[in-house]
Design a protein around this ligand. Structure first.
Ligand SMILES: C[S@@+](CC[C@H](N)C(=O)[O-])C[C@H]1O[C@@H](n2cnc3c(N)ncnc32)[C@H](O)[C@@H]1O
Length: 223
Protein backbone atom coordinates (compact mmCIF):
# COMPACT_ATOMS: atom_id res chain seq x y z
CA UNK A 1 0.00 0.00 0.00
CA UNK A 2 1.45 3.41 -0.85
CA UNK A 3 2.36 5.88 1.88
CA UNK A 4 -0.31 8.38 0.77
CA UNK A 5 -3.06 5.79 1.16
CA UNK A 6 -1.71 4.77 4.57
CA UNK A 7 -1.41 8.39 5.64
CA UNK A 8 -4.99 9.21 4.67
CA UNK A 9 -6.16 6.43 6.99
CA UNK A 10 -3.90 7.59 9.84
CA UNK A 11 -4.01 11.38 9.47
CA UNK A 12 -6.24 11.96 12.51
CA UNK A 13 -4.05 9.74 14.67
CA UNK A 14 -0.90 11.55 13.54
CA UNK A 15 -2.58 14.93 14.01
CA UNK A 16 -2.96 14.10 17.71
CA UNK A 17 0.84 14.47 18.00
CA UNK A 18 0.67 18.07 16.78
CA UNK A 19 -0.59 20.53 19.36
CA UNK A 20 -2.84 23.46 18.45
CA UNK A 21 -0.88 26.46 17.26
CA UNK A 22 2.29 24.43 16.76
CA UNK A 23 4.35 24.79 13.58
CA UNK A 24 4.49 21.76 11.30
CA UNK A 25 7.86 21.75 9.52
CA UNK A 26 7.87 19.56 6.40
CA UNK A 27 11.33 18.58 5.15
CA UNK A 28 11.02 18.55 1.34
CA UNK A 29 7.60 19.68 0.12
CA UNK A 30 7.48 17.69 -3.15
CA UNK A 31 4.01 17.43 -4.66
CA UNK A 32 2.43 18.28 -1.25
CA UNK A 33 -0.06 15.44 -1.56
CA UNK A 34 0.87 14.03 1.84
CA UNK A 35 1.15 17.50 3.35
CA UNK A 36 -2.47 18.15 2.45
CA UNK A 37 -3.64 14.88 3.96
CA UNK A 38 -2.13 15.89 7.29
CA UNK A 39 -3.08 19.57 7.05
CA UNK A 40 -6.73 18.56 6.51
CA UNK A 41 -6.61 16.93 9.93
CA UNK A 42 -4.99 20.00 11.57
CA UNK A 43 -7.51 22.87 11.35
CA UNK A 44 -5.91 24.78 14.25
CA UNK A 45 -2.29 24.52 13.24
CA UNK A 46 -0.19 27.61 14.09
CA UNK A 47 1.94 27.53 10.95
CA UNK A 48 2.96 25.24 8.13
CA UNK A 49 6.67 25.55 7.34
CA UNK A 50 7.68 23.72 4.17
CA UNK A 51 11.44 23.44 3.65
CA UNK A 52 12.86 22.70 0.22
CA UNK A 53 16.18 22.96 -1.53
CA UNK A 54 14.52 24.35 -4.67
CA UNK A 55 13.58 27.92 -3.83
CA UNK A 56 11.44 28.55 -6.92
CA UNK A 57 9.57 25.26 -6.57
CA UNK A 58 9.05 25.92 -2.86
CA UNK A 59 7.64 29.38 -3.55
CA UNK A 60 5.07 28.05 -5.99
CA UNK A 61 4.13 24.95 -3.94
CA UNK A 62 3.91 27.07 -0.77
CA UNK A 63 1.65 29.60 -2.54
CA UNK A 64 -0.67 26.78 -3.63
CA UNK A 65 -0.94 25.55 -0.04
CA UNK A 66 -1.60 29.11 1.17
CA UNK A 67 -4.40 29.47 -1.43
CA UNK A 68 -5.97 26.17 -0.43
CA UNK A 69 -5.75 26.82 3.35
CA UNK A 70 -6.51 30.50 3.61
CA UNK A 71 -6.52 30.61 7.43
CA UNK A 72 -3.18 28.90 7.75
CA UNK A 73 0.07 30.83 8.04
CA UNK A 74 2.44 29.30 5.47
CA UNK A 75 6.12 30.13 5.97
CA UNK A 76 8.31 28.59 3.26
CA UNK A 77 11.94 28.16 4.30
CA UNK A 78 14.38 27.50 1.46
CA UNK A 79 17.33 25.40 2.51
CA UNK A 80 19.09 22.07 2.55
CA UNK A 81 17.72 19.81 5.25
CA UNK A 82 21.04 17.97 5.48
CA UNK A 83 22.57 21.24 6.74
CA UNK A 84 21.60 23.62 9.54
CA UNK A 85 18.35 25.37 8.63
CA UNK A 86 17.61 28.95 9.48
CA UNK A 87 14.00 29.63 10.56
CA UNK A 88 12.34 33.01 11.15
CA UNK A 89 12.41 33.94 14.85
CA UNK A 90 8.63 33.59 15.33
CA UNK A 91 8.84 30.00 14.06
CA UNK A 92 11.85 29.31 16.33
CA UNK A 93 9.71 30.40 19.26
CA UNK A 94 6.81 28.06 18.46
CA UNK A 95 6.40 24.44 19.37
CA UNK A 96 7.48 22.49 16.31
CA UNK A 97 6.76 19.07 14.88
CA UNK A 98 8.88 17.87 11.98
CA UNK A 99 7.19 15.98 9.12
CA UNK A 100 9.38 13.87 6.81
CA UNK A 101 7.06 11.51 4.94
CA UNK A 102 7.35 9.34 1.88
CA UNK A 103 10.60 7.61 2.82
CA UNK A 104 12.72 10.53 1.58
CA UNK A 105 14.96 9.57 4.50
CA UNK A 106 15.86 6.48 2.43
CA UNK A 107 17.63 8.76 -0.06
CA UNK A 108 20.16 9.71 2.61
CA UNK A 109 23.24 7.76 3.59
CA UNK A 110 23.03 6.25 7.09
CA UNK A 111 25.29 8.88 8.67
CA UNK A 112 23.42 11.73 6.94
CA UNK A 113 20.10 10.38 8.20
CA UNK A 114 21.46 10.05 11.75
CA UNK A 115 22.82 13.62 11.62
CA UNK A 116 19.51 14.94 10.32
CA UNK A 117 17.56 13.25 13.13
CA UNK A 118 20.02 14.56 15.74
CA UNK A 119 19.85 18.08 14.32
CA UNK A 120 16.05 18.16 14.31
CA UNK A 121 16.05 16.84 17.86
CA UNK A 122 18.19 19.79 18.90
CA UNK A 123 15.71 22.37 17.53
CA UNK A 124 14.31 24.67 20.16
CA UNK A 125 10.67 23.74 20.89
CA UNK A 126 10.75 20.44 19.00
CA UNK A 127 7.86 18.26 20.19
CA UNK A 128 7.79 15.42 17.69
CA UNK A 129 8.96 13.95 14.42
CA UNK A 130 6.53 12.25 12.02
CA UNK A 131 8.84 10.13 9.89
CA UNK A 132 7.83 7.99 6.91
CA UNK A 133 9.92 4.92 6.10
CA UNK A 134 9.30 2.40 3.37
CA UNK A 135 9.22 -1.36 3.80
CA UNK A 136 11.45 -3.52 1.62
CA UNK A 137 9.48 -4.49 -1.45
CA UNK A 138 9.85 -7.19 -4.06
CA UNK A 139 12.99 -6.59 -6.15
CA UNK A 140 11.19 -7.25 -9.45
CA UNK A 141 8.47 -4.75 -8.58
CA UNK A 142 11.03 -2.06 -7.72
CA UNK A 143 13.11 -2.68 -10.82
CA UNK A 144 9.98 -2.41 -12.97
CA UNK A 145 9.13 0.89 -11.23
CA UNK A 146 12.60 2.40 -11.76
CA UNK A 147 13.09 1.00 -15.25
CA UNK A 148 9.53 1.62 -16.40
CA UNK A 149 8.30 0.51 -19.79
CA UNK A 150 7.35 4.09 -20.74
CA UNK A 151 10.96 5.15 -20.21
CA UNK A 152 10.09 7.97 -17.79
CA UNK A 153 12.96 7.25 -15.37
CA UNK A 154 15.37 6.73 -18.27
CA UNK A 155 14.41 10.11 -19.72
CA UNK A 156 14.79 11.71 -16.27
CA UNK A 157 18.31 10.32 -15.85
CA UNK A 158 19.47 11.23 -19.34
CA UNK A 159 18.09 14.70 -18.78
CA UNK A 160 20.60 15.09 -15.94
CA UNK A 161 23.38 14.58 -18.48
CA UNK A 162 21.73 17.03 -20.86
CA UNK A 163 21.50 19.60 -18.05
CA UNK A 164 25.17 19.07 -17.18
CA UNK A 165 26.02 19.70 -20.84
CA UNK A 166 23.91 22.86 -20.93
CA UNK A 167 24.69 24.30 -17.51
CA UNK A 168 28.11 22.97 -16.49
CA UNK A 169 29.93 22.77 -19.84
CA UNK A 170 30.05 18.98 -19.70
CA UNK A 171 30.38 17.06 -22.96
CA UNK A 172 28.30 13.94 -22.60
CA UNK A 173 27.27 12.31 -25.85
CA UNK A 174 23.75 11.27 -24.85
CA UNK A 175 23.60 8.62 -27.59
CA UNK A 176 26.33 6.76 -25.76
CA UNK A 177 24.30 6.32 -22.58
CA UNK A 178 21.48 4.01 -21.62
CA UNK A 179 19.48 3.85 -18.42
CA UNK A 180 20.06 1.11 -15.88
CA UNK A 181 18.35 0.42 -12.54
CA UNK A 182 20.36 -1.68 -10.09
CA UNK A 183 19.03 -3.30 -6.92
CA UNK A 184 21.42 -3.12 -3.98
CA UNK A 185 20.39 -5.93 -1.64
CA UNK A 186 22.75 -4.87 1.14
CA UNK A 187 21.25 -1.39 1.36
CA UNK A 188 17.75 -2.51 0.32
CA UNK A 189 17.83 0.27 -2.22
CA UNK A 190 17.93 1.05 -5.89
CA UNK A 191 20.44 3.15 -7.71
CA UNK A 192 19.64 4.56 -11.10
CA UNK A 193 22.48 4.97 -13.50
CA UNK A 194 23.17 5.96 -17.05
CA UNK A 195 25.47 3.37 -18.53
CA UNK A 196 28.09 4.28 -21.06
CA UNK A 197 27.38 1.90 -23.96
CA UNK A 198 30.77 2.05 -25.63
CA UNK A 199 33.00 1.43 -22.66
CA UNK A 200 31.39 -0.82 -20.09
CA UNK A 201 31.91 1.28 -16.91
CA UNK A 202 28.98 3.15 -15.50
CA UNK A 203 28.79 6.82 -14.66
CA UNK A 204 26.49 7.13 -11.66
CA UNK A 205 24.63 10.25 -12.51
CA UNK A 206 23.02 10.55 -9.12
CA UNK A 207 26.46 11.12 -7.58
CA UNK A 208 27.65 13.68 -10.13
CA UNK A 209 29.05 16.76 -8.43
CA UNK A 210 27.23 20.05 -9.07
CA UNK A 211 30.55 21.72 -9.92
CA UNK A 212 31.12 19.24 -12.75
CA UNK A 213 33.58 20.43 -15.38
CA UNK A 214 35.23 18.61 -18.25
CA UNK A 215 34.77 15.45 -20.23
CA UNK A 216 33.36 12.07 -19.26
CA UNK A 217 36.78 10.45 -19.26
CA UNK A 218 38.11 12.91 -16.68
CA UNK A 219 35.72 11.62 -14.03
CA UNK A 220 35.66 8.52 -11.85
CA UNK A 221 33.67 5.51 -12.94
CA UNK A 222 32.18 2.78 -10.85
CA UNK A 223 32.15 -0.78 -12.05
C1 LIG B 1 10.66 12.84 -3.07
S1 LIG B 1 10.08 14.47 -2.72
C2 LIG B 1 9.07 14.07 -1.36
C3 LIG B 1 8.21 15.18 -0.95
C4 LIG B 1 7.06 14.93 -0.01
N1 LIG B 1 7.48 15.15 1.37
C5 LIG B 1 6.43 13.57 -0.19
O1 LIG B 1 6.66 12.69 0.61
O2 LIG B 1 5.69 13.42 -1.17
C6 LIG B 1 11.48 15.18 -2.05
C7 LIG B 1 11.43 16.70 -1.93
O3 LIG B 1 12.50 17.07 -1.09
C8 LIG B 1 13.28 18.07 -1.72
N2 LIG B 1 14.65 17.83 -1.30
C9 LIG B 1 15.46 16.81 -1.69
N3 LIG B 1 16.65 16.89 -1.07
C10 LIG B 1 16.57 17.99 -0.26
C11 LIG B 1 17.49 18.58 0.65
N4 LIG B 1 18.69 18.08 0.87
N5 LIG B 1 17.07 19.68 1.33
C12 LIG B 1 15.85 20.21 1.12
N6 LIG B 1 14.94 19.69 0.27
C13 LIG B 1 15.31 18.59 -0.42
C14 LIG B 1 13.05 17.93 -3.20
O4 LIG B 1 13.24 19.16 -3.87
C15 LIG B 1 11.59 17.44 -3.23
O5 LIG B 1 10.68 18.53 -3.28
Amino acid sequence: MCFGVQLSGQANRLAAFVSKRAALVELGIGASVKSRLLLNALPRLGAYVPVDISESFLASAGAQIADAYCRLEVVPVPGDFTECLSFPRRIEEMERVAFFPGSTVGNLKDDEAAQLLARVRSWHGIRGFILGADLVKDEGLLLAAYDDAQGVTAAFNLNLLARLNGEADAEFDLDRFAHRAVWNARRSGLSRSSENLQSAPILRVIHAAPCFRGKVDDYPRFS
